[in-house]
Write a protein that binds this ligand. Structure first.
Ligand code: GLC
Length: 436
């Protein structure tokens, strides 16, 4: 019964956030545009009850693709001054191959569109119709992966770099803190908008925003040229989450091309990428920590912190069974105490853990969703079920928020979730978990 109500409420959230231009905003006020990976998660939820809207969501995103295959992290379909930094700050038109139709940022986000197409196929009742849709769009996703392998892997390791923390999707993770120490940006004067929507204690600091803006200024100075960025950006990181998403999407593209038939050459290319990336991924495993970690390419050092991203390779089938076992042990030991909901975004046993602050501790539903399927893939059914149960309980208890306190009792008499309310991917993915 509670499930039925939750599904209906989730649909209401998604319907209210839908925009006429053919996409869904993540959260009113706080995030008034189309975000790349949000759109993918949203399309999965929409597929359960409005396949036309799910297709439109993906189509609208892909329409903003640049001529070099790049897909930006935010598409500014319509002006809106409730968000900073907007289109005028990012100036995507600086890049010679950027979209002429759409203003956007000049950075990207985790490449999930490939596996989203596969999820849509799994969920769709009319498989034939969905295959036609996929046929129409799959090459764009292939071009996007080609962009990555051509431009984001300067040492040919099969591991893509990100040049901005916003490309990771995990904006203010403590993982970046040591990189900030290597930079000394000016104190920019600007008007924060996020803290007019959300309590500042749940958002990044002003100084952190200086770093974020500075990285964009550097990229802009070089017209978002990938080669230059790889050479000079103070932030250049191989992120296990970003790369696991690419591998998961590669896998989906191979399966979808198989279903469609007749694209043998492309399939072969993806298979080669896949082999290289899976091999390269070994670099990111830290045996002592028992987890996958980030690697700072600019300063040539591993970043030895455990985050929810550390476990995301399970979703892409990357670890062998032995490593998968190690990952689950680490998860249970560090993140899985009886007093906690799984899965905190940052190691709760680390001093930098903060249960309220965005990616420095709270639980995120998109990460839980991936971990649920990842654990199932390796037959950790009990742990998978716990993550699913925790996700449902959190949303039922705290509302459709952006992120959640992992402490079952946090001492607050009027407990709620944190960050933006009526948050689209929390709604979309809970539909999937409940229907599954
Ligand atoms: C925040 C999140 C990012 C998400 C965006 C829109 O910036 O860190 O992952 O895509 O909000 O929801």
């Amino acid at each position: 019964m509670i499930h039925k109500t939750l599904i209906n409420d989730a649909k209401k959230v998604l319907n209210a956030n839908f925009q006429e231009a053919g996409f869904t905003i993540p959260s009113k006020g706080l995030y008034p545009f189309q975000w790349k990976w949000d759109s993918g998660f949203i399309a999965i939820g929409l597929s359960y009850y409005n396949i036309a809207k799910a297709k439109l969501e993906v189509e609208t995103l892909l329409n903003a693709q640049w001529n070099n295959g790049f897909i930006p992290h935010i598409i500014f379909h319509k002006e809106n001054d409730s968000y900073f930094p907007g289109a005028d700050f990012h100036c995507s038109e600086l890049h010679p191959l950027s979209s002429k139709k759409h203003k956007s940022t000049g950075m990207t986000q985790p490449p999930i569109t490939g596996f989203v197409l596969k999820e849509m196929y799994r969920i769709a009742e009319d498989k034939e119709d969905m295959l036609q849709f996929i046929q129409k769009h799959i090459d764009k996703v292939y071009e996007n992966h080609l962009y990555f392998y051509t431009n984001r892997d300067p040492f040919n390791e099969g591991l893509m770099y990100i040049y901005h923390n916003w490309e990771s999707g995990t904006d203010n993770s403590p993982v970046w803190d040591d990189i900030w120490k290597t930079m000394d940006p000016p104190e920019y004067a600007f008007e924060r908008k996020d803290t007019t929507h959300v309590n500042a204690s749940q958002r990044p600091s002003k100084r952190e925003y200086d770093y974020y803006l500075h990285l964009i200024e550097i990229a802009k100075k070089h017209k978002y040229d990938d080669e230059k960025i790889a050479k000079i950006s103070p932030f250049l990181v191989q992120d296990p989450l970003f790369n696991a998403m690419l591998i998961k999407s590669n896998e989906a593209l191979i399966e979808l091309y198989d279903l469609l038939g007749g694209e043998g050459a492309k399939k072969l290319v993806i298979q080669q990428w896949q082999q290289k990336s899976k091999k390269g991924f070994k670099k990111l495993f830290d045996a002592e920590l028992g987890a996958y970690i980030h690697y700072d390419l600019r300063n040539k050092r591993p970043i030895r912190h455990i985050t929810s991203s550390s476990f995301s390779p399970l979703f892409a089938g990357i670890p062998d069974v032995e490593k998968a076992k190690i990952l689950t042990t680490t998860m249970l030991e560090k993140f899985g105490g009886e007093d906690k909901y799984l899965c905190a975004s940052f190691d709760p046993t680390n001093d930098k853990f903060n249960p309220k602050k965005y990616w420095r501790g709270p639980v995120w539903i998109n990460m839980n969703w991936m971990l649920y399927y990842g654990l199932k893939r390796y037959d950790y059914k009990e742990l998978a079920d716990r993550i699913k149960k925790d996700s449902i309980e959190l949303i039922d208890r705290d509302g459709f928020f952006e992120y959640f306190d992992c402490r079952k009792e946090n001492g607050e008499p009027n407990r709620t979730g944190y960050g933006g309310g009526n948050f689209s991917w929390s709604a979309a993915l809970i539909i999937d978990l409940l229907k599954n």
